[in-house]
Design a protein around this ligand. Structure first.
Ligand code: NAD
Length: 500
């Protein structure tokens, strides 16, 4: 029998996405790009899976999340190797990243019932004849769109908490790290073979992400730049899909008069240069008081000079990001800034040498905009109050750090820092504490992953009242006796009227 001719309307072959090792240019993974139809089909499968996942209850989900955690832990080195090859960061840093993600997964699974499960609340005087209860129900399917800089830890901040809250997840990894995203979903299927569609990964670029925004998911958790975040919000607005926005930062460190300068310098260099500076909560600006500035700069210089490309930090994951870093350094120098330590310039090619910039005007791009590279501006300030004012004078507000030996002073500065997270006498630590919420203010986004808030983020609150006994005098009924509301008004005046 002759083969039927292909109709003219046959869809074109799916485009292919290729990821490469930033250090060698070798191909790491090749995947078909998920188009709108593939996204729709995945969300449909996830909807069915979400019902079975929710029906399992907290214990059933906890057992399966533990199996996944076990699988990730047993294959940690393989996954770290893949992260190293696809993102460029040193293997050891990839191990650290995955360890943190596994820890969050354990916390989310262990605490979901306590945080989200049904609980009685006081019904209050007016509804004293009712029992009132509150619980947090899953949204169904959560769409997760992730970046490439921490290709395991960052999306897992949404995925782990959304799953523990009883949702299925459709994950669109960054086009720069699709193999890591696909591996996460594979590990899920290997560990939880009875419910393979509860976590799916869809490789693709911005168009795939945009299709996910329009696919009718219960919530869209986005991590990436503010520019893309705006596009995601606009697309989600079409279907009133709620969003979580984890965006970029320009985090500052304050080094106060009484700080341990060596510890502050060590933390600043790690916070700024690890992961080649491609850390949303990386330290990009330091404000050091007169009293410590020179010693701090000297200590930072000593430490930056010891950094080795390849072992201390890898190449930039994206070639285009290296250009942004160079532009910021050039702009800072043109505006009167000095290169204080590290390479005399950031170099050419994909590996950017760490650069410390001194005396950079606050109006320069290196101080205003997210650099996302291994640079650090250090600015001399009169005192910690001036440091705080400058730290807070940026549209971003993700995280930050304060170094001071005075606990009271440090906590006061930390509280007044305009950011979602602040660490005292360390950097980035809040990200390693699963019980603490993670998220920003201003241009750094809104909503929270991690901790109790992170679990609730992927749920809707459900309120239930149950009448235990009827009221002798019904107030919300057309059978209400005359004079009932007058008695109520007397009661309100008695209870509340004395407050002035
Ligand atoms: P990006 O905004 O370029 O891309 C993020 C994701 O959005 C990618 O998966 C991309 O494919 C997708 N995307 C692009 N266009 C889209 C569209 N129109 N609709 C839907 N999705 C679309 O960001 P990036 O370069 O991957 O990541 C770096 C940024 O992420 C930095 O600003 C960094 O600070 C930020 N970040 C924030 C956090 C946080 O938790 N706040 C964590 C890590 C990274």
């Amino acid at each position: 029998m002759p083969l039927a001719a292909q109709p003219d309307t046959a869809p074109p072959p799916a485009a292919t996405l290729e990821s490469t090792d930033p250090a060698t240019g070798e191909v790491v993974g090749r995947f078909p790009v998920a188009d709108a139809a593939a996204v729709g089909a995945a969300v449909d499968r996830a909807r069915t899976a979400a019902q079975a996942w929710a029906a399992l209850g907290y214990d059933g989900r906890r057992r399966r999340l533990a199996a996944w955690r076990g699988h990730l832990a047993r294959h940690l080195d393989e996954l770290a190797d893949l992260v190293h090859r696809e993102n460029g960061k040193p293997h050891e840093d990839a191990v650290l990243e995955i360890t943190l993600a596994v820890d969050h997964l354990a916390w989310a699974a262990a605490h979901a019932r306590r945080v989200l499960g049904p609980r009685r609340v006081r019904a209050g005087l007016l509804a004293a004849n009712h029992a009132a209860s509150l619980e947090y129900q899953p949204l169904g399917v959560v769409g997760v769109i992730g970046p490439w800089n921490y290709p395991v830890f960052t999306p897992m901040g949404s995925i782990a908490y959304a799953l523990a809250a009883g949702n299925a997840v459709v994950f669109k990894p960054s086009e720069h790290t699709p193999a890591v995203g696909v591996r996460l979903a594979e590990s899920w299927r290997a560990a939880v073979p009875d419910l393979p569609d509860v976590l799916q990964a869809l490789p693709g670029d911005g168009a795939t992400g945009a299709a996910l925004c329009r696919a009718g998911v219960g919530k869209l958790a986005f991590t990436g730049s503010a520019a893309t975040g705006r596009r995601v919000m606009a697309a989600c607005a079409e279907t009133l899909t709620p969003v979580l926005m984890e965006l970029g930062g320009k985090d500052a460190m304050i080094v106060d008069d009484d700080a341990d300068v060596a510890a502050a310098a060590d933390a600043a260099v790690w916070g700024a240069m690890s992961n080649a500076g491609q850390t949303c909560i990386g330290i990009e600006r330091v404000y050091a008081t007169e009293a410590v500035h020179d010693a701090f700069v000297a200590e930072v210089t000593r430490r930056v000079q010891r950094l080795e490309p390849g072992t201390s930090y890898g190449p930039m994951t994206m070639a285009a990001q290296a250009d942004v870093v160079r532009r910021h350094v050039e702009d800072a120098v043109a505006a009167g800034g000095r290169i204080g330590a590290g390479g005399t310039d950031p170099g050419t090619g994909r590996t950017v040498a760490p650069v410390v910039l001194l005396d950079v005007p606050e109006t320069s791009a290196a101080v205003r905009e997210e650099t996302f590279g291994p640079t650090l501006t250090i600015t001399r300030v009169r005192d910690a109050e001036e440091a705080l004012a400058l730290a807070n004078g940026n549209p971003h507000g993700l995280a930050g750090a304060v170094f001071s030996r005075s606990r009271r002073r440090a906590l006061d500065l930390a509280r007044r820092m305009r950011s979602g997270m602040t660490s005292v006498n360390s950097v980035l630590t809040f990200a390693a504490v699963p019980a603490l919420p993670f998220g920003g203010v201003g241009e750094s986004g809104f909503g929270r992953i991690h901790g109790e808030d992170g679990l609730r983020e992927f749920t809707r609150a459900k309120a239930i009242t149950r009448q235990r006994v009827p009221l002798p005098v019904p107030l919300m009924s057309f059978d209400r006796p005359a004079g009932a509301t007058a008695a109520l008004a007397r009661f309100v005046r008695l209870v509340h009227g004395r407050h002035r």
